[in-house]
Design a protein around this ligand. Structure first.
Ligand code: G3H
Ligand code: 13P
Ligand code: ZN
Length: 332
């Protein structure tokens, strides 16, 4: 058993309390590689932001659980080395799908886990979440649950349709499951294709797709049911058009990729939404920089030559999210 406390990590409890009260959201950035982790920590330190580094089941299989544990410990030490004496860093399991996976993460240094029972029948979701909460709380690890189903398709996380969270269920679900935070479905979805072109309007000036707005009415009803309770938004990448254009200009093919407009995430951050999940924007920033680099430097083959600009581009994106969208800067 390795407690996250030995690694210098923190759980989400205090962080979320402050974020809800302060009207901002904590960035939850997915990572699989060293360069993503370095960029996340550099951005968090430079902006004095708490940060959640999260790994999916697929990422854990890709990178290896033992390596990830030491990377998280390395992240804490790296933040201190960069001049942040008390970094607030969470290592979180994203979309845990079984009790066994959550337990394994808790036993190996994670300070927070998500148990995603959103595709299960309601009572089964409660029962599974409660089982994870009972184990996690023995180790002072916090638990995110999910109620409602997001649309979209991604490697490990897929659903053909979306079912918005029902506000009338959230009190019963959170009190009976004991979860510490709740991911809800209000129109976000995973990946770089969050809406089909026919679900969007076309901006007559730019020709770009404009997606339908998030269901803020549902968010406000949920907030009214659970005042001050930490709410989480998954699928919150904005799919920046400049990165998509760079990818497409350098041999890529991402037609009609569309995300959540940043104004809407800015608005959500001011509410009880206190954790915003971003993965696809990091993938896009990395891919855009690498494609551009290879196009301009076809002779390069040392990975540092193309991963350095990729890391810089991700760091720029992370800083932008923290300062211009989520408002979690200057909170350490
Ligand atoms: O919500 C899912 C994350 O974007 C992780 O995706 O399962 O492909 O690692 P992944
Ligand atoms: P995006 O695909 O919008 O980045 O969402 C990531 C996410 O929700 C991770 O859990
Ligand atoms: Zn997600």
């Amino acid at each position: 058993m390795t407690s996250y406390k030995e690694l210098g990590l923190v759980n989400t409890r205090e962080m979320f309390k402050k974020a809800v009260a302060g009207g901002y959201a904590i960035p939850a950035f997915n990572f699989n590689t060293l360069e993503q982790m370095q960029a996340i920590i550099q951005a968090a330190v430079e902006t004095k932001s708490p940060v959640i580094m999260q790994v999916s089941k697929g990422a854990r299989n890709y990178a290896n659980g033992t390596i990830l544990r030491y990377m998280a410990q390395g992240a804490v030490e790296y933040a201190k080395e960069l001049g942040c004496p008390n970094p607030q860093i969470v290592l979180h399991l994203d979309h845990g799908d079984t009790f066994e996976l959550c337990k394994d993460c808790i036993d190996n240094g994670f300070s927070s886990v998500m148990i995603d029972g959103s595709s299960l029948p309601y009572e089964e979701n409660i029962a599974l979440t409660k089982k994870v909460v009972e184990y996690a709380h023995q180790h002072d690890v916090t638990v995110e649950a999910e109620l409602g189903v997001l649309a979209g398709v991604e490697d490990e996380v897929s659903s053909a349709v979306s079912h918005y969270t029902k506000p009338e269920e959230v009190i019963d679900f959170s009190s009976r499951s004991g979860c510490d935070s709740l991911a809800i479905s209000i129109g976000t979805s995973h990946g770089a294709y969050k809406f089909t072109p026919d679900q969007c309007k076309r901006d007559p000036k730019t020709g770009k797709l404009v997606p339908p707005p998030l269901a803020f009415d549902i968010l406000h009803k949920i907030e009214a049911q659970l005042p001050g309770f930490p709410i989480v938004l998954h699928g919150s990448s904005s799919v920046p058009q400049d990165e998509v254009d760079t990818i497409n200009a350098h041999g890529g093919k991402l037609p009609d990729a569309v995300g959540i407009p940043e104004e809407q995430l800015r608005e959500a951050s001011k509410s009880a939404v206190c954790k915003i999940n971003i993965d696809s924007d990091s993938r896009l920033a990395m891919t855009a920089a690498i494609r551009k680099h290879f196009d301009e430097h076809p002779g390069d083959f040392d990975p540092r030559q193309y991963l350095k600009p990729a890391r810089e581009n991700m760091k720029k994106m992370y800083i932008h999210k923290i300062v211009e969208v989520l408002g979690s800067n200057d909170k350490l």
